[in-house]
Design a protein around this ligand. Structure first.
Ligand code: GEK
Length: 245
């Protein structure tokens, strides 16, 4: 259950001008509620990241949660890996997110293999990785930098290592794009967002969240070297891919 103070009402009031979306203190404060009510299947994806970690994380390797926000995927890897010793590096370039993620970790007071780093995923060196997660992060990276990031991830992975890439996608068919956009809208209405909230948030994200087609993602993953690329989750225009080195 979400406390009233933690509920996402950021776009509930009318705004004369809607500025581009940023991951600031206000967003970090309500983020768990915001992502749960905005991304269909988010909880399932986080759970399955833990299940994948149980199978794929190897002893003395590293794991990366890139664009970690409050670290939900990193914590799922930590739970899933069990007793295996490995470092989990969770990176985000929003100081507000990283500050909160570290506070939650301290509040939980449990031993953790997760190390939060405030930085740009484009500058983080990936080494000896058995698992890398980009859970709804690549969509915020400038289009011209996406190849370079995926290539660096591939280079830094161990043979047999896995990448989980979750994204909001664009559909090649205009009619399916329209249908899935409407279905996402209905999902958000059912989660308690108003028409005004949905439309103002959409405007805020327009120039910031840049979706690509599934085909573009597949082709890029193959072009940097991944042998196996499969969709393991899809709900309308929200997809998660599994790529194996
Ligand atoms: C989750 N993975 O809960 N470097 C580092 N971080 C970045 C960059 C960058 N260049 N660009 C954006 N971010 C999380 C959810 S949210 C998805 C990820 C969403 C960060 C940004 O600060 C934000 O925290 C995150 O990527 C995207 O499983 O809000 O739709």
């Amino acid at each position: 259950m979400t406390d009233d103070a933690d509920k996402d009402r950021l776009y509930a009031g009318y705004r004369e001008e809607v500025a581009d979306f940023v991951f600031d203190e206000q967003v970090a404060e309500v983020f768990p509620d915001m992502i749960r009510r905005s991304v269909p299947g988010y909880a399932t994806i986080i759970n399955m990241i833990g299940t994948l970690a149980a199978r794929c994380v190897t002893q003395d390797s590293l794991c990366y949660d890139l664009g970690c926000s409050l670290g939900a995927a990193a914590m799922a890897i930590d739970r899933g890996k069990g007793e295996k010793s490995c470092r989990i590096v969770a990176v985000d370039n929003s100081p507000a997110m990283v500050k909160r993620a570290r506070q939650y970790q301290l509040m939980k007071g449990e031993p953790s293999s997760v190390e939060f780093v405030c930085g740009d995923v484009l500058d983080i060196g990936i080494v000896s990785a058995s698992m890398v997660v980009l859970n709804f992060t690549l969509q915020f990276i400038p289009l011209e930098k996406r190849n370079q990031l995926l290539a660096a991830i591939y280079q830094g992975m161990l043979p047999g290592g896995i990448l989980v890439l979750s994204e909001k996608i664009a559909l090649p068919s205009e009619s399916v794009q329209q249908l899935f956009t409407e279905m996402h809208h209905s999902f958000k209405m059912a989660q308690g967002y108003s028409e005004l909230e949905i439309s103002q948030k959409r405007t805020a994200l327009e120039k910031v969240l840049l979706p690509e087609t599934l085909e573009t993602h597949r082709a890029r993953l193959k072009s940097v070297g991944f042998k196996t690329v499969e969709v393991w989750f899809q709900c309308f225009n929200f997809v998660s891919l599994l790529a194996v080195k």
